[in-house]
Design a protein around this ligand. Sequence first.
Ligand code: ADP
Length: 622
Amino acid sequence: MVRPPARQIDKRPAGSPAIYGALLAVALLFGVGIDHTGLGRQLDDNVYDFFFRHYQPKPWTTTSILLTIDSTTLDQYGTTGARKALAKGLDLIRDAHPSAVAVDIILAGPSTDDDPLEAAFAATHNLVLPCQLNGEKWEDPIPRFKRYAARVGQVHIEPVGDAVARYIELYKVTGDHSQADQRWSLALEAYRVSRGVDIVESPNDLQVGDVIIPANKEPSGYRMRIRYVPTSMAPIPRVSIADLATDPSKARLFAGKVVFAGVSDQTAARDRWMTPLSDGTPMAGIEMNANVYETIANRLFLTDAPPEAWLLAALFMVVAAGLIWRFTGGMTAPILSAALLALAHLFPYWLFIRGAVFPYVPAVLPAWLAMITAASWQYFYVRRRLGHSEAEKTRYQQAIHFVTHEMRTPLTAIQGSSELINRYPAMPEAKRKQINDLIVSESHRLGRMIEVFLNVERLSAGDMQLKHDDFPLPTLVESCVARARPLAERKQITVSVGALPTEEIRGDRELMEYAFYNLLTNAIKYSPSETQVRVFGSREHGRLRVSVEDQGIGMDQKEVRRIFEKFYRTRRAEQSGEAGTGIGLSIVEQIVTQHGGSIDVVSSPGKGSCFTLVLPVTKVQV
Ligand code: ADP
C-alpha cells in the first residue's frame, strides 16, 4: 500500500542546511587535504618560487665574497690541483684581512699538494673548514688541516622533491643518536666565527650573537628558508683564483669580508642545485652557502606560517563562501565571492612580502571549492523552486479556466430560462414549471460548486469548523452511488456495492459525501467502458475502511505519490479526454485528515486502482 506523504509545494523547506554544511565541509577537507599530497606541496612550492621571482625586496649590502676555482683556474692547476690553487688564493688575499674564510672543498684524505695548503691554513685567520656525512660518520678534514680551523661546519644543502634548494637545515647529526654528533652548517659557522659570538639553541629559535633565527628545533635540524640575493641587486662578488693571480690588486675586494672558497666550475662542482631564482643553470654549493650567510647576516628570514593559521584561514574562506551564497542574492553574491577569491589569492603574497610563507593551495583551493559548491547548490535549489512554482502556476491557470467554464454552464442555463419566462408571459403553466425547476436545480448546482470551493479554501486556511453529525457509512455510500449511477451508465460501467460495516461515523456529512463521491466519479472517469467499479468495506483495528476499486487506467508509484498535490494530473488522465482540475483529491485528502482519517492507494498502470478511506469509528450500531 502506498500512503502518500502530505505535500504542500509552497511549504518546501529552504534547502537542507545540514546537507549544505556537509558539502562545504567536504570542500574544506578536500581543499586542505590536498596539501598533504605531493601535488599540493609541489603547487605550493611553485607559487613560492613565483613570489620569490616577482618580489624584489629592498637591496642590502652584501658582506660575503666568493673565492672561486673556476674553469680557467682548473686549466692552470689541473683537475687534481684544487688544493694547490686554494693555497695560492688564500696567500693572495691574506693581506686584505678578510673577517673569516670558509672553505667548501672536502679535505677528508691526504694528497700530494698538502704542504702549501697546510701552510696557507696556518696563516689564515678565522678559518672554517668543511665536513660532510658519509653514511653514519662525519668526514672531517685530515688532522693536519683541522688543527688550524676555528670551526668545522657541514656543507649539506639537500633539496627535497624537485631539486630546488629552498631551505637549509642549520644543523645535522649523525644517524646514531646515542652518540649524536651535531654539526652546524658551514655558513652559520662562518657567521659565528666572523662575529666572535656563540650559538644558543631554544625550541623555537636559534640565537647567534644578536641575531635570532626564527625556526623550530626539529630532529632533522633547524630549517631555515634561504633568501637568495634577488636579481635586481648586484650579485655576491666573486673573484677566481686565476684572476687574482693575474691581478693581485683584486685582493682588496676581500678586505673585512667573509670569504667562501670553493669550486664554481659547472662541471667540477659536485653540489649544485636549482634555486627559486634559477633560470635553468644550477647554483654551486659555495654560492648557496654565501646566500645562507647573507640571509643570517641581514636577518632576511622567511618564516612558515603554522598549520593552525592556514587551517583557520581555510575555515574562514569556506564559512564566508557558505554565508555569502546562503544569505545574499542577485548580484551581491557573485560580487562578494569575487572579492573573497581575490583576498584568498592575494593575501599569501601580502604575507610573503612581510616575511611569512603561507602555503598557497590551502589558502586558495578551499575558497574556490566552497564557492563553486555553494553557488551550484543555491543555483540548483533556486532553479528547482522556480520550476515548481512555474508548474504550479500553469496548473493553477488551467484550473481557474476550467472552474470558470464549469460555472458558466449552470449560469447560462439560469440566464436563458429567466429570459424565456420574461419574454413569453403567456407561457403554458406546465412549461413555466419545467423552466422554473431547471432554474432551481441549476442554481443549487452552482451554489454547491461555490460552496465546495469556498469550504476547501477555508479548510486549507484552517478556519473552518467541521460539523459533527453521526451518520452510518452505508447511507453515505448509497446516496453517492445513486448520484454517480447515471455517469456510470453512460459508459456502461457497472457499479457494485459489497458488504459494508454498519458503524456510524462522526463528522461533516456534506464534506464526507463530497470526498467519497469524488473517489467514485474518479473511478468511473478513469475507466474504460464496460468495466466494473466495486465498492466494499470492512472494520479493522477499530477503524472503518471503505474502498473504491476500478479496472481503469491506473498509475505508477511515482504518480501515486503526487496525485494529492493541488492541480496535479497524470499524463494518462490528461490523454483520457476526461475533464479534470487535479484539485479533487487534494480536497479529499484535506477532508479525510480533518476527520482523523487517511487514504491508501494501490494502483497499477493499465490494470486499475483501489482508493481506500480509513476512518475512525465513533459509535457501534446495535
Ligand atoms: P481530476 O479533476 O483531474 O480528476 P483529482 O484531484 O480528482 O483531479 O485527481 C488527480 C489525478 O489523480 C487525476 O487527474 C488522475 O490523474 C489521478 N486519478 C485519480 N483517481 C484515479 C483513478 N481512479 N484512476 C486513475 N487515475 C486517477
